[in-house]
Design a protein around this ligand. Structure first.
Ligand code: NAD
Length: 338
């Protein structure tokens, strides 16, 4: 029996989660929700994905546009074993009462607070903590990116202290809201929420973050310094990441000097939607001086959390006990990794 997954919110993360679930043999999509009869609603129907609406009042709006509706979100909670809530940040919390009432399990996204679920998820660092859980939260794109490269370093060398400056994309490519048009906008409330968010998974890590928003839609770039407990060379650091799934190297020497060429590489590799689910590290932008490591990484904000969502479903639905087996299966089916 496949695990039946419903997706609430069929936007940037919801669409990609649906794509990833369609590639798995141990789970299936039983429906997605839309609030408006948009092109995305029509695309879901075209792909044969049952379309649900948020509330009863929305049914007529869709039917007037001749879009077949399978039911409401509440109906979807009856069809599904687990809901992946992909509604905008803060909105997911408003649906928790429904999930509580109907008893369906749910995964929330990084736009919600850790306190909503009491559990936050990363495939490598704490897969077992969501084992059989009723609720969990896959941390944000930036937090996922930081944990993917920092956690393995902490295991091998130990991390005394980390500082990360996040150069953030202004908005997603299909979006405009909140993006500075011709400006760079610092987050003035310090430290930014990213460090504490990493600590929801790695509570022992001494990490501080700052962030600026920039007028690009492409990727986030992280400039990271980490004080190591044990001495290491650049070669040692690269070799650790080389053995970790979902971390990929690029090189300025080979012409990849910015997020633009990384996204071009994703298209050249025929990655669906031009996504890069791995965290991209510039191998020639890594430096160690007196046990302090400096490096840059790029995060494709629209897609890096998607493999974690698939692994989180496996953990919460007790489909696979071994995190590495789940990670490898997800990566093989999504054709990502090394
Ligand atoms: P989005 O705006 O692209 O999609 C949200 C979807 O939810 C849309 O289909 C929208 O119609 C629907 N929606 C809006 N209000 C709703 C409501 N009240 N009830 C039900 N559905 C509603 O958002 P997104 O970028 O996919 O973000 C979803 C979540 O994922 C957020 O928590 C966000 O913080 C997190 N996240 C986003 C990114 C990113 O860069 N886009 C990366 C990682 C995590």
């Amino acid at each position: 029996m496949k695990v039946r997954v419903g997706i609430n919110g069929y936007g940037t993360i919801g669409k990609r989660t649906a794509y990833a679930i369609l590639k798995q043999d141990d789970m299936e999509i039983v429906g997605v929700t839309k609030r408006r009869p948009s092109y995305e609603a029509r695309l879901a129907v075209k792909q044969g994905i049952p379309l649900y609406v948020t509330g009863k009042d929305d049914v007529a709006t869709f039917e007037n546009e001749e879009i077949a509706v399978a039911g409401t979100l509440e109906d979807l909670t009856q069809e599904a074993d687990i809901i992946v809530d992909c509604t905008p940040g803060g909105v997911g919390a408003s649906w928790k009462e429904l999930y509580d009432r109907t008893g369906v399990k749910a995964i929330f996204q990084g736009g919600e607070d850790h306190s909503l679920t009491g559990a936050s998820f990363n495939s490598f660092a704490n897969y077992q903590e969501s084992w059989g859980a009723q609720y969990s939260r896959v941390v944000s794109c930036n937090t996922t990116g930081l944990i993917r490269t920092l956690y393995p370093l902490d295991r091998v060398f130990g991390l005394e202290k980390v500082f990360a400056a996040l150069v953030r994309r202004g908005a997603d490519p299909g979006d405009r809201k909140g993006a500075p048009l011709n400006a760079v906008e610092p987050s003035l409330k310090l430290p930014t929420h990213h460090g504490p968010d990493v600590q929801t998974i790695l509570p022992w890590l001494n990490i501080h973050t700052m962030a600026v928003k920039t007028p690009t839609t492409m990727m986030h770039i992280h400039c990271i310094t980490a004080d190591l407990k044990k001495a290491a060379t650049e070669v040692d650091i690269l070799s650790v990441w080389d053995n970790v799934p979902r971390v990929k190297f690029v090189s300025g020497k080979h012409g990849i000097k910015s997020s633009a060429q990384i996204m071009e590489l994703a298209r050249d590799l025929n990655r669906p939607r031009g996504d890069f689910m791995e965290i991209i590290v510039w191998s020639d932008g890594v430096k160690v001086e007196d046990k302090t490591l400096y490096y840059y990484q790029a995060v494709h904000q629209e897609s890096d959390v998607v493999p974690e969502i698939i692994d989180c479903i496996r953990s919460m639905m007790k489909l696979e006990e071994d995190p590495i087996r789940s990670i490898r299966k997800t990566d093989r089916t999504l054709d990502i990794g090394k």
